[in-house]
Design a protein around this ligand. Sequence first.
Ligand code: CP
Length: 335
Amino acid sequence: MRGFNDLSELAPEAVEHLLDTAKRLEKHPEPRALEGKVLALLFLSPSLRTLTSFQAAMLRLGGGSFVASPQGGIHGLESRRGVTMDGVAAEHIREAIPVLASYGDALGIRAFAARESLDDDIEDRDFQAMAELSPVPIINMESAIRHPCQSLADWKTMDDLGLPRAGGKFVLSWANHPRALPLAVPASTLQMAAMRGMEVTVLRPDEFALPEKVMARAHESAASSGGSIRESDDPREALSGATVVYAKAWSSASHYGDDDAQRALKKELTGWCVEESWFDRAAPDCRFMHCLPVRRGVVVSDEVLEGERSVVIHQARNRMWAQMAVLYEILKEAS
Ligand code: CP
């Protein structure tokens, strides 16, 4: 496998192979599989799970990793072409990326959306510009519009729990949040559930409909897998018969990058918080999913988050097994 950027770039058999590898490595450790291999990690945005689960994954496979991040003391990075670098940034990505890549056998990059241009973010232009500078395989650790490692872990989590693929009712619900958050997780989650062949409902207030291009890509995946996609603005109706509720805050596409407008839109939506009463008409064992970090009392109640429905810790643990599979396929194959 030459890098890992988006589940939808893989054939269905390749996704199944990654899931099988993740399950195999979980049951049957291979502590020397990646001996001598080095993973370079560039974190331009914060992380708890992604940072530590990639490091743990490399350790468990016998390899090593190093982390470069602005908080860790690297120079400020410039990404624009043709600018005179007389400001804060002391180094351009056109040098920084090849240098970091030269120390590793693969390079993971996390860079959240700039949220300046919806079109640039949907097309993942900043991330692609960095990826093109690397001579070694690139792993997307969350870009403007993708979080494939989270999606692979979430797919595995649903498989682990025996949640149905065809016919399983998956509700992706917008959630309130004090900040305007990117579209990467909702876009990737929607894509993943569609590829898994589930009956997906995107539950969101009208102002927070996902962008047309994001919906169109997911509809294409649903058409291939036999799944379906619909939208609703009514939690009670959307959750009827649901087997999974996946909550995530995201920005309104109609006021993208305008934080004041985003705040104004959410003034009337502070009650949009997943609570136990939401599950009245859901399947009895309906699960609650979230990628974490999550804001208690804003996105979800403590009762739901700590209750039996919640599988958020299982999801987070699966990040490590899923990424071990990705690393195995990229680096073991290159041995
Ligand atoms: N879910 C996720 O990617 O978590 P972090 O932001 O902590 O890495």
